[in-house]
Design a protein around this ligand. Sequence first.
Ligand SMILES: NC(=O)c1ccc[n+]([C@@H]2O[C@H](COP(=O)([O-])OP(=O)(O)OC[C@H]3O[C@@H](n4cnc5c(N)ncnc54)[C@H](OP(=O)(O)O)[C@@H]3O)[C@@H](O)[C@H]2O)c1
Length: 333
Amino acid sequence: MRAFIVDRYKKKSALRLGEMPEPALRDDDVLVEIHAAGLNLLDSKVRDGEFKLILPYRPPFVLGHDLAGIVVRIGAKVRHFKPGDEVYARPRDGRVGTFAEFIAVNEADLALKPENLTMEEAASIPLVGLTAWQVLVERAGLRKGQKVLIHAGSGGVGTFAIQLAKHLGATVATTTSTANAELVRSLGADVVIDYKNEDFEKVLSDYDVVLNSLDGATLQKSLKVLKPGGKLISISGPPDPAFAREQGLNWFLQQLLRLLSFGIRRKAKGRGVSYSFLFMRANGEQLRQITALIEAGIIRPVVDRIFPFEATNEALAYIETGRSKGKVVVKLR
Ligand SMILES: NC(=O)c1ccc[n+]([C@@H]2O[C@H](COP(=O)([O-])OP(=O)(O)OC[C@H]3O[C@@H](n4cnc5c(N)ncnc54)[C@H](OP(=O)(O)O)[C@@H]3O)[C@@H](O)[C@H]2O)c1
């Protein structure tokens, strides 16, 4: 099968379009013919070698974390899917590789694709949708009447998180540039901070939750908008000791992550708020709940650009500019 392959870890290196063997199917796997694949900055970071210690993929390997497609074959123990089903997924770590014609996915990671979405729209959802879900629903327990600040509201995670937070009944503030203010308002944002002209930490106060996906300086300033007992949850780092334990990292790495997050954890404690890092996980059950919200018209995908499969490197370069609005997808069929 044709696939985009990482031959060796190297910053900004192009993926190679080449041939890989069709994936072998385990008993609880579903073989999916991929119709569209969503792109994520995680793809660039894995290619660059930034995740080598946490996700030790051995080159050559196929990159790509999001897919939508059609089930072509099922393993002996698969119970919930059959050939012909239209599905989508963020396959679990260690078994990614959606920039390819086929992939074997554990059925627990898969869900039926929302019926009202195209393959390209569906492929844009899983990683960012699950991230927003795991931050806002699982970790933050966001409730009606609470206030949440979602940074980078016009990005992949932001466009989904704003809609989910509104659905949960929260008041939503978000940061974006002037050009994207209308977009984030159309998704439901109540307070829009144009980061080029305003300092969010001077405008917002008494927030219950902050979802940070930006840099360290933004993380520090975010502490100031939280009320006592508030939660600062970051998906862009620094990773914390709890994450190191969950990942089963060795003692040395656990100490390293403890050190990396020491400053922000101490400052958070000093202000009576909590800091935690979240790294999203594959989860077919949560994806099914997301399917329901999309089919009910509560959440809609925001797709910026669709590239042909052959232009996967160009698509990656585009998201690396940091200016994409919503999601970028490559189309295979
Ligand atoms: N830990 C996890 O599980 C996890 C999961 C998903 C993503 N992430 C990480 O989270 C980060 C965001 O991911 P993403 O896919 O949402 O990114 P993205 O889609 O590439 O974000 C692009 C958007 O960010 C906005 N932006 C850039 N700088 C900004 C700033 N200073 N203030 C406000 N908005 C700004 C841009 O809007 P303007 O053009 O208006 O500036 C653009 O629309 C990445 O680092 C990614 O790796 C982590």
